[in-house]
Write a protein that binds this ligand. Structure first.
Ligand SMILES: C[S@@+](CC[C@H](N)C(=O)[O-])C[C@H]1O[C@@H](n2cnc3c(N)ncnc32)[C@H](O)[C@@H]1O
Length: 249
């Protein structure tokens, strides 16, 4: 796999993942977030935004000043802007970037409606994940969603290093427990990914039963949002297929 190897170190596409799937992975992130009801007025944080593989779609979509990206490697952001977006749209949409390398999500001094961490936990140690989620908690409101991917495995990575290139794995139960430890209820979604990663969505919860931030309430809500959208999506798909086959007849 062509991920951040020495030969492509200065290749802004190859550095963040499989070169041939750069476009698919952009679209996959945008599709899921809009499926989860991201609107143009929402405040959006892209953790480890890299070369703006996701940002190339989110920045034009969101209103000015709504896209925030954290990325330690400024050259990736610069190349993403130069090759994928252009300076004009940056002037119009005014995205905000920061090069913090310790998941200090509070560095922007504001809360976010949606937080994306695509292909971050698939390289991160448990210490990094805890740090990231504990920071996320500080910048979330009760309606915010934290949307991430991880590589699902039978065992949990126990090292303390960021592994890159290369991947680390966690079990679904352990990932859920890491979220819960930091006060987030989560569900692993049945949403496709162009590679082997799984999507997980989390929301703030407390441990008091019967409140609208209780874990059960949040889980029920997350499940029903996803189910409702899935049903709508499947309904639309049926209609499209019917139309397609009618035209063939
Ligand atoms: C596999 S890439 C994913 C990039 C982007 N999320 C995407 O899907 O295109 C992982 C990214 O995380 C960045 N990264 C590494 N350590 C980080 C940290 N502490 N905080 C934020 N990003 C970090 C890397 O520089 C790299 O751009």
């Amino acid at each position: 796999m062509n991920v951040g190897t020495r030969e492509c170190e200065q290749d802004y596409k190859g550095f963040v993942g499989t070169l041939a799937k750069y476009d698919l992975i952009s679209a996959n992130q945008f599709n899921l977030l809009t499926f989860l009801n991201l609107r143009e007025n929402h405040y959006f944080l892209d953790i480890g935004c890299g070369s703006l593989r996701a940002g190339k779609l989110f920045i034009p979509f969101l209103l000015p000043g709504r896209y925030y990206g954290i990325e330690p490697k400024q050259w990736l952001i610069d190349e993403g802007i130069r090759n994928e977006l252009g300076e004009d749209i940056i002037k119009v949409k005014k995205p905000v970037f920061n090069n913090d390398d310790n998941f200090t999500l509070s560095v922007f001094g504001r809360k976010f409606d949606y937080i994306l961490a695509h292909s971050i936990f698939s390289h991160a140690s448990q210490h990094h994940i805890r740090r990231c989620l504990s920071e996320a908690r500080k910048v979330m409101s009760p309606t915010s969603l934290f949307v991430a991917t991880y590589a699902k495995g039978k065992f949990n990575y126990t090292g303390d290093k960021w592994v890159y290139p290369g991947f680390v794995m966690y079990t679904e139960a352990h990932m859920t427990a890491l979220f819960r430890e930091q006060g987030l209820s989560s569900i692993t979604l049945d949403w496709p990914h162009p590679e082997f990663q799984y999507w997980i969505v989390g929301a703030l919860c407390d441990h008091n039963e019967g409140t609208d931030t209780s874990e059960q309430y949040i889980l029920d809500n997350l499940t029903s949002i996803v189910k409702e959208h899935q049903e709508r999506f499947l309904g639309a798909r049926e209609t499209l297929l019917d139309l397609y086959f009618q035209r063939q007849e």
